[in-house]
Design a protein around this ligand. Structure first.
Ligand code: PBG
Length: 296
């Protein structure tokens, strides 16, 4: 289980996310308490997303490269306090971009190749700050190879890459975009995220990502795409992760809060489905609750 966490600049802040009951955005001090609870419950893997204030955003996501930004300062502190935990980063421009897109926008187009140097610089800054695994969620073509080269050339051969390999242009990301205030200012993400009707492209993307140096490949969203998880695991036998995204979590929380479904039962059944489909790891907002239940 990998637990996604949302990080705020204000160290003592806690901001609940209305469409994700039980999930909050945390400042570093509160996040440390949350991570500590997770470690006690047996959750040791985390993926961190920054909720960046509007004043830091610009066209080139410059703030993402600032070694003293709150995201990179936080990982230094977290690695010091929890050396045995695994921290996965997020590489994409959207949290830092005034356009709200994962890539650079020029004349209304998201430009793939011009985005790559920005992404690899972002990944390098994250490796320097102490992340164990780099997580490119941007879906630009060729970014895994570019990031691998940048890491290797700078001595970070031991830092891994978890690639969002088959990331679909999905309507299930809504609550996440609310959490990060990162929705696109114009247009949509369909020019770089995958078409939900297309299964074969996922298989091609896996081949590319593995050849470019991905250590883990990932499918996202999860439940509506378990056929993709199954096909990838069958075809490549490679470490395959799946992301049960914010909208999937929100659906189950809403129904269980209304008393329409049994919370613990649907949570565990949904996670079992991932395992049955062949997932080696699951990114889920249920990580802490599920681990506690398993422990009991
Ligand atoms: C964007 C990113 C998104 C998520 C993770 N990284 C949203 C998007 O592509 O717009 C979604 C995760 C979730 O919904 O839980 N780089």
């Amino acid at each position: 289980l990998v637990y996604p966490l949302f990080l705020l600049e204000d160290k003592n802040a806690v901001q609940p996310i209305s469409s994700m009951p039980g999930i909050s955005r945390f400042g570093l001090e509160k996040l440390i308490v949350e991570v500590d609870e997770c470690m006690n419950a047996g959750v040791t893997n985390f993926i961190l997303f920054p909720a960046v204030e509007e004043k830091y955003k610009d066209k080139y996501a410059t703030y993402s490269l600032d070694a003293s930004n709150f995201y990179l300062m936080a990982i230094r502190e977290l690695k010091k306090r929890f050396p045995e935990a695994v921290f996965i980063s997020d590489v994409a421009m959207d949290p830092y971009s005034s356009d709200g897109h994962d890539g650079l926008v020029i004349d209304g187009q998201i430009v793939n190749d011009e985005t790559l140097p920005i992404l690899s610089a972002m990944a390098l800054a994250q490796a320097e700050a102490g992340f164990d695994i780099i997580g490119p969620s941007d879906m630009m073509d060729g970014r895994v190879g570019e990031i691998r080269d940048a890491l290797d050339e700078n001595g970070f051969t031991n830092v891994g890459i978890m690639s969002y390999t088959a990331k679909y242009a999905s309507a299930f990301y809504g609550p996440f975009r609310e959490a990060l205030d990162s929705a696109p200012k114009s247009g949509d993400k369909k020019t770089y995220q995958m078409d939900p009707a297309n299964g074969d492209e996922a298989i091609r993307e896996v081949g590319l990502d593995i050849s470019e140096g991905a250590d883990l490949v990932m499918v996202k969203p999860g439940m509506p795409y378990l056929d993709i998880v199954y096909r990838i695991k069958e075809a490549f036998g490679y470490p395959t992760y799946a992301y049960q995204v914010s909208g999937e979590y929100a659906m189950m929380k809403a129904a269980t809060q209304n008393g329409w479904l049994d919370h613990d039962a649907v949570m565990m059944e949904s996670l079992l489905g991932f395992k049955r489909a062949g997932a080696d790891g699951i990114l889920t907002y249920f990580a802490l609750e599920a681990a506690r239940l398993l422990k009991r």
